[in-house]
Every structure is written in C-alpha cells, then in structure tokens.
Design a protein around this ligand. Structure first.
Ligand SMILES: NC(=O)c1ccc[n+]([C@@H]2O[C@H](COP(=O)([O-])OP(=O)(O)OC[C@H]3O[C@@H](n4cnc5c(N)ncnc54)[C@H](OP(=O)(O)O)[C@@H]3O)[C@@H](O)[C@H]2O)c1
Length: 294
C-alpha cells in the first residue's frame, strides 16, 4: 500500500484518484472538501468514501503525488507540494502541455517529477462529482518512476502505457489541444465553430506553429498533423465543448500559458516563428485578466 496524495481533485484528479482509494492510502488535497467521491464511467460508477485535507498542515510526506491541477495552477499548489514531496516522492504530473518538468521542478523539494500524457476525456460536475466520458489511459515517461506508476494502478482498469519518446507524445497531444481550445474559447462557441472554413484555417495555423516548434524541440510529428487534428475536431458533434471553452464560460482562468505560451517559448528557444500564436496568446490571457499564476 502506497501513500498517495491527489492535488487537484477535479475531472482528472478525481477520475484517476478514485481508482486507488480501495488499495492505497489516499488523501485528496482540496479547496472545497467532500465526504464521498462519485465518478461515473462508461463501465459503471465509483462511489467511495474519501479523506480530504484542506490545508497543507494536515498532510505529511507521501510516496506519490498525483498533481492534477491545471498547468497554470501549479505554482498555486506549491504549499501542498512543500508538505507532501521530498526525496523518495514521485510527483506524477497529470496535465496537458509540454513543460511538466520545468513547471513543477521548482516546487518539488527533491522529489522526482514524472511527465505523462493523460488520455481521459472527463468533466467535473461539482466537488467530488465527476463524469469520465471515455476510457482512462496514462502514458508516463518510460523509466523506473513510470513503471512505478503502472504498479500503482495495477488491478484497476486504467491502461498505463510507458512512453519511450515523451517529447513526441506531449507535443502531439498539445497539437490536438490547440486544434480546438483557443478558437472555441475566443469565439465562445463549441467545437462546431471549427466547421467554418475561416476558423478552421486559423486553427490549422496554430497547430502548424505548434508542430514546427515541437519538431524543433525534438518531437517527431507528422507533416499533416494540422490537417488531421483540425479535421478531428470538425468531425466531433458540433455542440461539444472544450476544456478551454468551459473555463471561459465559467469565468475561470484559462490554461493558456501552458499551451500557447509554451509554443511561443519553444519558438523563441529554437528560432521558429510563431506569429499567429503570438496574436492569439495575449487575447487568451486577457480573457480572465491574466490567469492564475500569470
Ligand atoms: N478533463 C479532461 O478531459 C482532460 C483530459 C486530459 C488532460 N487534461 C488535463 O489535466 C489537467 C487537469 O485538468 P482537469 O480537467 O482535471 O481540471 P479541473 O477539473 O479544473 O480540475 C483542477 C482541480 O484543481 C483544483 N485546484 C486548483 N488549484 C488548487 C490548489 N491550489 N489547491 C487545491 N486544489 C486546486 C481545482 O479546485 P477548485 O475546484 O477549488 O477550483 C480543481 O478541482 C489539465 O492540465 C488538463 O489540460 C484534462
């Protein structure tokens, strides 16, 4: 039995954390506590009594931190990490974006930071209530910590696939996020807006810039990803939302800095022009007055 802390008990933290409640010693580190965690999944519902902590003084060092706040909320979770993490702890960063290690390491206190791709469309309905829409999968970086994560989820229905080329996996996922997130958030419209040829052209440009920055960072990304990623979003039911649109409509800060901000930073680092991303990024940041953690 491992000691596990879930920091950020939202759609992802709740969906993955609930699977560990019966086999491990799990604490949910939250701002709004709940007594039971209910997660509806395609194959049935979990409904587990849980332990929540609301201040870092209530927790101590753990073996595993599942860090599932959004990327731009990582710095805000620093007090939790200070109490939970140290040498011997692994922080499993369950976020989108490509800067998991750079973003988390300053708050890791000697813990290992494990980057991964999270495959699991899920929504948070309220504190302790989530709905998981498709299968749950994790692709952690291959290595000892990644194998440890596979062991942690052993016996659950979470498919853990060790990822030898984490750079490619993370950048490919970011391309998918950028195909729909920014244009839906900026227009305030669900995925169907990508069926407009002009909006699709902008989305393709954002994905192309992301792919070019990613390739410069070492990712092996198909040449036509801007076509396929945007066609995928356009093929979804038009009323479907995106995470970025949901945050905008709820008045929450957007996960823009870890997405478009990361593309701009990589472009600067590797000398790849990102002109469209540079136009879109400040608009996304401005939507919520700059966002948590800038
Ligand atoms: N949802 C998906 O379908 C999906 C799929 C793949 C990857 N991802 C990625 O997974 C990550 C998590 O996304 P999500 O959808 O799970 O987000 P979410 O539902 O908004 O959950 C984030 C949670 O973090 C909590 N939180 C933020 N700051 C905190 C702090 N300082 N202390 C304690 N709790 C804090 C929030 O609490 P409050 O309720 O108090 O605000 C919220 O419950 C993101 O990087 C996202 O891009 C999401």
């Amino acid at each position: 039995m491992s000691k596990v802390a879930v920091v950020g008990a939202g759609a992802i933290g709740g969906t993955f954390g609930v699977r560990l409640c019966r086999t491990h010693d799990v604490t949910f580190c939250v701002r709004t506590p709940f007594e039971r965690l209910r997660v509806e999944t395609p194959s049935g519902a979990y409904d587990e009594p849980v332990r929540c902590a609301t201040v870092p003084a209530q927790v101590g060092r753990v073996d595993w931190v599942l860090l599932a706040v959004k990327g731009h909320q990582t710095a805000g979770a620093a007090p939790w990490l200070k109490a939970l993490a140290g040498p011997g702890t692994v922080i499993a960063v369950m976020q989108n974006g490509v800067e998991h290690v750079e973003r988390t390491a300053p708050f890791a206190h000697g813990a290992e930071v494990l980057p991964m791709v999270v495959n699991c469309p899920a929504d948070r309905l309220g504190p302790g209530r989530m709905v998981q829409n498709l299968h749950a999968g994790l692709q952690p970086q291959d290595g000892e910590a990644g194998r440890g994560l596979a062991g942690l989820f052993e016996g659950t229905d979470v498919k853990v696939t060790l990822q030898k080329d984490i750079v490619t996996a993370l950048w490919t996922k970011l391309c998918a996020n950028l195909a729909g997130g920014p244009v839906t958030a900026l227009t305030g419209q669900p995925r169907g807006v990508v069926r407009r040829p002009d909006v699709a052209a902008l989305a393709r440009t954002l994905v192309r810039e992301c792919a070019e920055a990613g390739r410069a960072a070492g990712a092996k990304i198909p040449d036509d990803i801007h076509e396929t990623a945007v066609a995928t979003i356009a093929g979804h039911p038009p009323h479907l939302s995106t995470s970025m649109l949901q945050d905008r409509l709820a008045g929450r800060p957007l996960e823009a800095d870890p997405f478009t901000g990361a593309v701009i930073r990589a472009g600067e680092k590797y000398g790849v022009p990102t002109p469209a991303t540079r136009v879109i990024h400040p608009l996304l940041m401005a939507l919520n007055g700059g966002g948590e953690g800038g």
